[in-house]
Design a protein around this ligand. Structure first.
Ligand code: FES
Length: 221
């Protein structure tokens, strides 16, 4: 299994949802709807449902099965995006400096310790780092305002549409909500909550992560 994601693929999966009776996931539907809105007519004229061309294992993934991702090549300060349950999953390799900076702006955040269990249901993530390993951060990349996909803005400092003391994070292009590198939302923004944390587990060698399970399967280790 490998990660796979393009915006056009997501749109096409939605086209194929009915024939396969995929579960109606509200957050997924919001995401697809937003993609369509931003992309104009994208997906409207798809002739062959994408889902029908998927292999059985890929169909299982689309319906919610766990997805395993090789993260061994993920470089510091870079993001890769996987897909799980039709949602974009952001995976970021944080540097020691980025990790250290996280604790410095708690006062500017709406929920710095991720007390809102609806979005952060795991106790290991209810803290400043929101991750199982501080250097690898993983979240669901769907804005908690109206479901757009936030854009990575990892460059530190003054730049367009961001404050002068920007420490790196994400900017939602739709209505300007900002999130830090633990995907914690800033105060006084349209988005009410931090980006959600999915269940995940690392392989024993740390080179892969499985999204959708809280423990790495012993049979695969
Ligand atoms: S959808 Fe992200 S700010 Fe509105």
């Amino acid at each position: 299994m490998s990660h796979h994601s393009t915006q056009s693929d997501e749109t096409q999966i939605e086209e194929g949802a009915s024939p396969l009776n995929l579960p109606a996931d509200p957050s997924r539907r919001r995401w697809v709807a937003t993609t369509c809105a931003l992309g104009g007519v994208a997906g409207v004229a798809t002739a062959v449902p994408y889902a029908l061309s998927l292999s059985p294992s890929a169909r299982a993934e689309a319906a919610g099965a766990p997805v395993e991702v090789d993260i061994s090549g993920l470089e510091p300060s870079k993001q890769m995006t996987a897909e799980w349950r039709g949602q974009p999953i952001f995976i970021v390799h944080r540097t020691p400096a980025e990790i250290e900076d996280l604790a410095k702006h708690d006062g500017e955040l709406a929920d710095p310790l991720s007390k809102n269990a609806e979005y952060t249901p795991y106790t290991w993530a209810q803290n400043v780092w929101r991750s199982r390993k501080k250097e690898i951060f993983i979240c669901i990349g769907i804005c908690t305002h109206l479901g757009c996909v936030p854009t990575p803005r990892f460059k530190v400092g003054a730049q367009e549409n961001l404050p002068n003391d920007w420490p790196g994070g994400w900017l939602c292009p739709c209505h300007g909500s900002t999130y830090d590198l633990a995907a914690r939302v800033y105060k006084n923004k349209p988005a009410p909550a931090n980006l959600p944390i999915p269940p995940y587990a690392f392989s024993p060698d740390g080179k892969r992560v499985i999204i959708g399970l809280e423990e790495y399967p012993a049979s695969k280790a």
